[in-house]
Ligand binder design. Structure first.
Ligand code: PGA
Length: 248
C-alpha cells in the first residue's frame, strides 16, 4: 500500500504570490516515488495552483453539503469536483471547534462529496480532556459511527481516516508511537464492526498532529499508519521534502 501524505496549509500563506512560491518549492524539492502527496491550500489558491500542479494531487480543506444556491460564503463539493480537485478534508478538529461542526453535518458533507466522486480525508480525534478522562475510545467510536452513517461498503474505498488527537495538533506535543498504534488499531476495530474485516484491514489510516521531519518516520514505519496529515511543517518546503522522503 502506498503511503499517503496530505498537506494542510490551513489559512496560509497570506498572498497568492507566496502560495505560488511555496507550491513551486514543494514541487521542486519533494521527490515523489512511492508516496502519494495531496496538497490542500486555502480555496482561493486552488484554481491557480491546479493549473501548475505537476505530479501533486490537489485537495480542499472543507466543502458544503448543498450543491448550489443561497449559502453565502460556502463552497460545494460539486464546485470542487468541477475544478478537478481530487480530495477533500472533512471534519478537521479546527472546524469542529471553531465552527461547531457536528457529526451529522460532517456525515452530510461526506455523502455529498462521495456523490460527486471526491475522495475523503475524514479527521477524527479526542481532545486533551477526553483523553484524560479515559473517553478516547468512546469519542473515536462515536465520531466514526456518526460520520460514516449510511455510507456503503463500496463508498468506503474512497475514504481515508486521519487520526488526529486534538491535543497533538500544532502543539509540538506529538502522540507517542505506542499510543498512535493502539488508536489506529482501535479505529480498524470500529470499521470492522461497522463494515467488514477486509475494509478494516485495507483502508488507509493516517496520523496527524505536530508531525515534523524528525518524528515522521516513527508514524510511517512503526505505528501502523499509512501516511500523514501535516500542518505547520508543510509550510517549509525543505522540511516537508524530508518528511516525504522518510515515508518512501
Ligand atoms: P500540525 O497540524 O501538523 O500543525 O500539528 C496537523 C493538522 O491540523 O492536520
Amino acid at each position: 500500500m502506498k503511503n499517503l501524505i496530505v498537506v494542510n496549509w490551513k489559512m496560509n500563506p497570506a498572498s497568492q504570490k507566496e502560495a505560488k512560491i511555496l507550491f513551486d518549492k514543494v514541487k521542486k524539492q519533494v521527490k515523489i516515488k512511492k508516496t502519494e502527496v495531496v496538497v490542500c491550500p486555502p480555496f482561493i489558491y486552488l484554481s491557480s495552483l491546479i493549473s501548475i500542479k505537476g505530479g501533486l494531487i490537489m485537495g480542499a480543506q472543507n466543502c458544503f453539503w448543498e450543491e448550489k444556491g443561497a449559502f453565502t460564503g460556502e463552497i460545494s463539493a460539486l464546485q470542487l469536483r468541477n475544478l478537478k480537485v481530487g480530495y477533500v478534508i472533512i471534519g478537521h478538529s479546527e472546524r469542529r471547534k471553531y465552527f461547531n461542526e457536528t457529526d451529522d453535518q460532517i456525515n452530510k458533507k461526506i455523502k455529498k462529496a462521495l456523490a460527486v466522486k471526491l475522495k475523503i480525508i475524514l479527521c477524527v480525534g479526542e481532545t486533551k480532556g477526553e483523553r484524560e478522562n479515559g473517553k478516547k475510545s468512546e469519542v473515536l467510536e462515536k465520531q466514526i459511527t456518526e460520520n460514516l452513517k449510511n455510507i456503503s461498503v463500496k463508498e468506503m474505498n474512497n475514504i481515508v481516516i486521519a487520526y488526529e488527537p486534538v491535543w497533538a495538533i500544532g502543539t509540538g506535543n506529538n502522540c507517542s508511537v505506542d499510543e498512535t498504534m493502539s488508536s489506529i488499531l482501535f479505529i480498524r476495530k470500529v470499521i470492522w464492526k461497522l463494515y467488514n474485516r477486509e475494509i478494516a484491514d485495507n483502508m488507509k489510516i493516517l496520523y496527524g498532529g505536530s508531525v515534523k521531519s524528525d518524528n515522521s518516520f516513527l508514524y510511517t514505519k512503526k505505528s501502523g499508519a499509512n501516511g500523514l496529515l501535516v500542518g505547520g511543517a508543510s509550510l517549509d518546503a525543505e522540511e516537508f521534502a524530508k518528511i516525504v522522503k522518510s515515508a518512501e
